[in-house]
Design a protein around this ligand. Sequence first.
Ligand code: SF4
Ligand code: SF4
Length: 479
Amino acid sequence: MSTTPGAGLDRRELTRLGPVRRAVLLPSFQFWTVLPTLALVVVVLVSAAVGLEHPSANFGTVVTWIVWWGGLLVSFVLVGRAWCLVCPIGAIPEWLQRLSPWWGSRYTAGLGLPWPRRLRNLWLPTALFVVFVFLDNGYGMSNSPRMTAGLIAVLALGAAWVSLVFERRAFCRYLCPLTAFIGTCALTSVFELRRRDPAPCRNACPTKDCYRGNARRYGCPMGEFPGGGLESNLHCILCTECVKSCPHDNIALRWRAPGRDLWAMSRPRLDGACAAAVIVGLATVVPLLALAFLPELRSLLARLLPAGVPPNDPPRLAAVVLVFGVGLGATLGLLHAASLLSRWASGSARVTTRALFTRYAYALIPVGLSKLLADLLDHAFRTWGVLSNVTSALLLDFPWNRVMPERASATDLLGPLAVYGLQVALLLGGLLWSLEALRRTAPGPAADRASGVASFLPIAGLALVLTLASLWTLGSGLL
Ligand code: SF4
Ligand code: SF4
């Protein structure tokens, strides 16, 4: 860092605060953030692999599917992709590749091949995320300690292999089944890491260390070029490597309007938009269809397919596949129809349906995320006591978790009606957030503000319908 520290700071910058600045400039910053999660993941893996098979008595499944999943959902809004900063499954293969946890190393254990050009998008990780969710809906992965352990092991081995063959964190950017989900939901964050001023990057920086690295620091592990106008949180894992490597002290972490990326991206891509639409569909339309039709569909398919014992029950698995296919197809179809109507209502020949579809998909993320958070509320208030029970059981037989805990003594923190009230508030908050993002988005591709407002109505209607679907799905448990 050769220039005056703190030059060009504004009031929104967190990196102007002394402790934050010292932390992110510390070469070993990421190493120290990964260590606690590494210890936790090792314990989770051991207990899930060899511990009690009952899911609510197993430390690994409770921590993974309640604590981690819940923390992940909440973290998007607060700190974007910060899970990827502390995720040992991504970090350790990177250290292996560099032969160094943080210091500059001249050697590498990897082949450093470029990731195939055709796969430099979010299509494959979006498909893998659908498979990930299917493993839970179809096979009950979150109720199976062994499947949970298998998932962690497969991800860890996959990340290590990819890291040894391809350059940078190719697994985290292009292959992890969670990257499309985490990246698109991180657009809702109240933080962003961006260059301060375009001038030094354009005029005074031939080396582009934030992307290429230098003798002491590494370039962006996600292959982003912060100095070149990084404009969304989609791929930034907040590793702060670019803050350290920039010789002009030109990268800052700052507050912003929550979810600013949802409407402010100048070049939104179709692959990310489809990932967003798929996430919204998996959160809203698919659960509604599963609730309404899954048992009947399973009965119908049982006439054609041999029945088995769940989770290996072919009629049910086929029914889940059908529900996923119809639910995701319907979500994409409805979004396309709303974009078409918007285009027609805008009266502008310059607006394309594809441009509207792409922008609207991102703006709908709060509707989907609020439904996922509402699902989490139900778990949090019903199963909070399980965490203390499994922790006590783990300590009885650390780290194997083979001793059955005492029966859970905790009762529900809130009754079903009170929980539903909070869920309604969450869903309405998500709807309002999406409507605000859509309102800011609509005038973008349209010719003028009036036509933009006209084009807003069809997609606002879709956001409302998706929210009503979620309210109905959650409310059905009260009947
Ligand atoms: S952010 Fe820093 S390293 Fe990157 S191009 Fe700009 S001045 Fe150069
Ligand atoms: S842009 Fe900076 S903080 Fe974000 S992933 Fe790249 S190097 Fe890390």
